[in-house]
Design a protein around this ligand. Structure first.
Ligand SMILES: Cc1cc2nc3c(=O)[nH]c(=O)nc-3n(C[C@H](O)[C@H](O)[C@H](O)COP(=O)(O)O)c2cc1C
Length: 303
């Protein structure tokens, strides 16, 4: 009998047991949540985005279910990087840990990165939150700012740095190129798309922040095209994210060009067992197609 194919993956030098990573903002609000997801079989886990100071976020309601996904406007609530990093130090995690951070400018990003560095394996710079004024996508839509922030963090730390990109631009590859030029070790694509839901009885927007970010199956084709376009444009690894719910979605995103994937919203609908389910489907796929995991990356470009 042929030996089972390995799900191990090398992501910018990070040796992961499998390519399925918890996305930022879901279950990663506390280090305990990350530990739970790691025990459920995720190859990597990403913290909630952490900033320089504690932050309350937007008024409720923060999440609303819509057709084929969710709208959320959390507003980056978090206890501040010092407190979170202190708690994270106490927790043993059996997965590669990505520390997601946000800040207003390159100096502040570097400061937050320094605090986070000792407790994580890699950093993910949130340059893409669509519903926090002057943060996230307000930065990540401007290539010169992306370049400045990424290069300042890369100079500051000795662990891999990933830039998380917004799809809310006319050409995502410009932002990807800016991150690569600045020395990023990889990019994560995509964050949510802006959206709104209105209650027809109250005649008011449902979310406390009025509008929010769309996630889930509705955005999956956007994530696939983003990974595909980035693969043509840059040489650093791509982490694909957006509406990944099934093993097919994982393989599709890798064929587009992703080395690994992240899963967020699927946990809300499918529970934490989704990590084992995706990996088990992936293992069966590799076996039945007699292909190595690394051979999938970007294979859809080969014709
Ligand atoms: C409730 C919620 C909170 C999120 N918080 C963050 C966050 O703090 N930082 C970040 O970079 N992305 C955040 N995201 C975006 C996800 O990490 C991911 O990019 C997006 O949801 C698309 O993936 P999905 O369709 O698998 O959820 C959040 C998403 C949701 C649904």
């Amino acid at each position: 009998m042929a030996e089972a194919k390995s799900l191990e993956v090398d992501l910018a030098g990070l040796k992961m047991s499998n390519p399925v990573i918890l996305a930022s903002g879901i279950m990663g609000t506390t280090p305990g949540g990350l530990a739970r997801v790691a025990r459920e079989g995720a190859g990597g886990v990403t913290t909630k985005s952490l900033g320089p100071e504690p932050r309350e976020g937007h008024p409720a309601p923060n999440v609303v279910k819509v057709t084929a996904g969710y709208l959320n406007a959390m507003g980056l609530p978090n206890p501040g990087v010092e407190e979170y990093a202190g708690e994270l130090e106490e927790v043993e995690l059996e997965a590669t840990v990505f520390g997601s951070i946000f800040a207003h400018d390159s100096e502040e990003f570097s400061r937050v990165a320094r605090v986070m560095e000792p407790t994580v394996d890699a950093l993910e710079l949130n340059l893409s939150c669509p519903h926090a004024e002057s943060l996230g996508a307000a930065i990540g839509t401007r290539p010169p700012l992306v370049e400045e922030i990424v290069s300042s963090v890369v100079r500051e730390v000795n662990i891999p740095v990933f830039a998380k990109l917004t799809p809310n631009v006319s050409d995502i590859t410009e932002i990807g190129r800016a991150a690569e030029t600045a020395g990023a070790d990889g990019v994560v694509a995509i964050n949510t798309l802006p959206g709104m839901a209105i209650d027809v009885e109250t005649e008011r927007p449902i979310l406390g922040n009025r509008s929010g970010g769309l996630s889930g199956p509705a955005i999956h084709p956007v994530a696939v095209k983003s990974a595909y376009d980035l693969y043509e444009a840059i040489s650093i690894p791509i982490v694909g994210v957006g509406g990944i719910e099934s093993g097919e979605d994982v393989v599709e995103t890798m064929l587009a060009g992703a080395t690994a994937v992240q899963v967020g919203t699927a946990i809300a609908d499918r529970g934490m067992g989704v990590f084992r389910e995706l990996n088990s489907w992936l293992a069966d796929y590799l076996d039945s197609h007699q292909v190595e995991l690394s051979e999938l990356i970007g294979a859809a470009h080969d014709y």
